[in-house]
Design a protein. Sequence first.
Length: 214
Amino acid sequence: GNILSSTPPLNLVTEGVQPPDYFYISYITINSDGHAEIQFAIDPTGEIEAFELLGGDIPSSLDRITYVTDSGEVATLLGLGGGIFIDSTYDANVFIRYFEILADDECPDDAIASTMGRTIRLQGELTDFFEHSLSWNAYELENATVNQCNLFMTIPGQPGEILIDTYTPSTLSAINPLTAYSDAEGTFCYRLSCDYTLNTPNAGPQDFNSTSNT
């Protein structure tokens, strides 16, 4: 005969979590306060509960800098399709830092990771009384193609800044003679700005700009 179980039926309910279709960093730049500014874009239909900004010297070992768990803040970032995080925990004149953003959902597995990139650090020294030697690291951002980098200088006693020269992405140093400014008294300031094209999954190729420390 047939053997029937006396166990009552179980009702199983499953609920899916919608991950974002895209999640990437648009730019990493050093702002006028000397802090790293990281702009990101994310699919607003993704079901996200928290955001984490990670940073560090080595891409494989990043530490938490900012953790956003407030539901209102998370909803605002999703509603805007992204936002900006600012990292004021390090000296941009001394260190180069990598950044990545994590988006946590209800699933217990690993968080969703954005693309990764790093800051530009400009270094300079007076190698001769009328000459500055400058060097910098290449700007790195996933899915980005650097088109050119522009070096600017602020002259003591003069307003604004002037463009010294434009360089290819592979150029990482320059010599700036100061003989034309031998009468200037004060501090010469430099800033490197890189123009690049980012291939975004939601809007196609877009042009951005990121700047170094000053």
